[in-house]
Write a protein that binds this ligand. Structure first.
Ligand SMILES: NC(=O)c1ccc[n+]([C@@H]2O[C@H](COP(=O)([O-])OP(=O)(O)OC[C@H]3O[C@@H](n4cnc5c(N)ncnc54)[C@H](O)[C@@H]3O)[C@@H](O)[C@H]2O)c1
Ligand SMILES: O=c1ccn([C@@H]2O[C@H](COP(=O)(O)OP(=O)(O)O[C@H]3O[C@H](CO)[C@H](O)[C@H](O)[C@H]3O)[C@@H](O)[C@H]2O)c(=O)[nH]1
Length: 348
């Protein structure tokens, strides 16, 4: 039995692949490498480079591998980008997910875990927000994910198909063993931007909005360590496999930190000061987004291990430093063919 991880060469997906391998699972990754990296996929996993909407490729993958479950991370994940180019988000996150789900149903895949988001709630007036809260996404990103959740609900009613839609709050941090981390180029997510600023890869960080109704005027987010997040996915996989039923659950810790709190944590962890520019609000931002994780804990017996803003900052900095070294080696080696060996393990 194998698990297909779409987007397994990306930030969260690569942590998932390690988590599955660490627990003895057989893993196939499908990724088109638009924002992910082939080197982020551990050699023990089989990497197939391609698009989730390529149904012929999916048929081949399902024929050659005994896949019982798909964990679907592949997608576009930047909220402001979705405001600028909504159709691209509906295409990659909704339309292509539909095609992937169709391939899964046709191929007899029974279990499906989907990367959803807190953005499906839109403006939250409840703090923390439970899953029963009304869905009113305010950005194309949130709508694109909500539509996929609804497709999964309907497909699970019509077919022998079980799903978990996990609504992530703000994912951050890196593998504490230093095997992978967030490597996204031109990242816009707060923690990555703050860490790059601390390490001199950016001259400064701009804080988007200081007049929110919060303790210091900046937005508050529930930052969940990526290793706790992927652990929740593995528990969800076991839950679906054992007939536990469909699940829609928040993934967060139930408490939040402001943008300035986070920047301070990165300064503490790096021992460096960051030049902070206080700027205007960014379109689409909610003042405060905090999860109610009760359902995740009670259904999956999920126990967070890295619930600390300092651990998030420390692991992110450690990865950013490792990434700098890797990139320096890569630049030096890019003229030779030493990476050709990688392609040897690529194939459906
Ligand atoms: N990072 C967060 O805070 C966050 C929060 C909520 C939800 N999510 C969701 O989690 C998932 C993973 O996010 P991430 O932060 O790891 O992003 P990422 O960009 O690092 O990873 C996405 C991966 O999917 C691949 N991909 C994209 N479109 C594809 C396609 N059509 N076919 C094949 N591969 C494709 C990319 O190459 C990349 O490797 C996304 O679906 C995102 O919307 C992320
Ligand atoms: O350079 C920056 C980057 C971000 N921010 C602020 O930091 C907070 C977090 O912003 P991110 O871009 O890191 O993340 P978002 O909260 O916009 O979105 C993230 O969290 C959402 C749920 O809350 C979804 O899950 C979504 O997929 C994920 O990207 C926001 O207030 C934002 O304005 C800054 O001040 N400066």
């Amino acid at each position: 039995m194998a698990v297909l991880v779409t987007g397994g060469a990306g930030y969260i997906g690569s942590h998932m692949v390690w988590e599955l391998l660490d627990h003895g699972e057989d893993v196939v990754v499908l990724d088109r490498l638009s924002t992910g990296f082939s080197w982020a996929v551990p050699p023990e996993a089989r990497l197939v480079i391609g698009d989730i909407a390529d149904q012929e490729l999916m048929k081949t993958i399902l024929r050659r591998n005994d896949i019982d479950s798909i964990i679907h991370f592949a997608g576009s994940a930047v909220v402001p980008e979705s405001l600028a180019d909504p159709l691209a988000y509906y295409e990659n996150n909704t339309s292509k997910s539909r095609t992937l789900i169709e391939s899964a149903v046709r191929g007899g895949v029974k279990n499906f875990i989907f990367s959803s988001t807190a953005a499906v709630y839109g403006m939250t007036h409840s703090d923390p927000v439970p899953e029963s809260y009304r869905l009113a996404p305010e950005t194309p990103y949130g709508v694109s994910k909500m539509m996929t959740e609804l497709m999964l609900r309907d497909v699970a009613r019509a077919h022998e198909f079980h799903y978990a839609a996990l609504r992530y709050f703000n994912v951050a941090g890196s593998d504490p063993r230093g095997r992978t981390g967030q490597s996204t180029k031109g990242a816009t997510h707060l923690v990555k931007v703050a860490v790059e600023a601390a390490l001199g890869k950016r001259s400064r960080i701009e804080v988007f909005g200081t007049d929110y109704p919060t303790h210091d005027g900046t937005c508050i987010r529930d930052f969940i360590h990526v290793s706790d997040l992927v652990a929740a996915h593995r528990l969800a996989l076991l839950h679906l496999r054992s007939g536990g039923g469909n699940l829609v659950a928040n993934c967060g810790y139930g408490h939040g930190y402001s943008v300035l709190d986070l920047i301070e944590a990165v300064q503490r962890a790096s021992g460096r000061s960051i030049e902070v520019h206080l700027g205007p609000r960014r379109e689409g931002d909610m003042p405060c987004v905090i999860a109610d994780p009760t359902l995740l804990k009670s259904t999956l017996n999920w126990v967070p291990r890295y619930d600390s803003i300092d651990t998030i900052a420390e692991t992110s900095i450690a990865w950013e430093k490792a990434l700098s070294k890797r990139n320096a080696i890569w630049d030096a080696d890019s003229q030779d063919s030493s990476w050709a060996g990688l392609t040897g393990r690529i194939g459906a």
